[in-house]
Design a protein around this ligand. Sequence first.
Ligand SMILES: [Zn+2]
Length: 267
Amino acid sequence: MVWFVALVIATTFGTYLLQDPQTQNPEAGQSSVERHGLQSSSEIVSLFDRLALVEETPQGRNLPYRWNAPLRLAFAGVGKSEQIARAQGIWREAARHAGLEIIFVERPEAANLVLHFAESGTVKRVAEDYGAKPVADAGRYRAYHMNRNDDRGSILEARVIMDAALDGDSLARSLRHEIMHALGFPNHPAAEVASVLAPRGETLFADFTMLDKILIRTLYDPRIRPGDTAEAVRGIAPVIVDEFLAVLKSGAVKGGNDPKAAARQRP
Ligand SMILES: [Zn+2]
């Protein structure tokens, strides 16, 4: 089993307003897809492929990795109560998009997911204490993320380490980016892609974009099964994305995948 380390957030965040495509021109008379700034179906599918399919596995195969068990989240480090409350809300939102159950647990030993708020200046060291390979980042990064996966498509554990000085919107932007990694998107898209995963340096989206929600729902769709090969996933992903876009155009987007349906259909 291997810890995958996915990086990271640059030290500073811009102060200018970044427009979330979800909130632009809601009455502009465009189709929903255009209004949300989404790419075409085939572009979304190819982004999904690039972002979700891990290229380095012990078998040398591409596999999608995701959680196939409830999230048991614990907090560690020096987070303030308002930071923890904000982070719980964001995790709850992400779990809903995925159709995953999430439970908050007291002790990190009982968790499969730990969010550690580290004192400023210690973030990298704490990440390395958790098992991250040393990263030549010159101390620039304020958030780290690691997943431990099995070799058959399941994420077993994740750790997110964040600078405890991040709060408010900086915390929200940074955490949503790391959550995408923790949910099974280890890679980054090009800077112009409307996703919290885009490595925009100083400017990240404040909320999950509609594209992010489609990516999460696709990865966690029950028609994709643990251990499916990349080829199998590439067969079904366009169907899932097209279905979602059709629902989006009809204006009837649901809150997220249904955990009960997912549980029924998974082996
Ligand atoms: Zn990243």
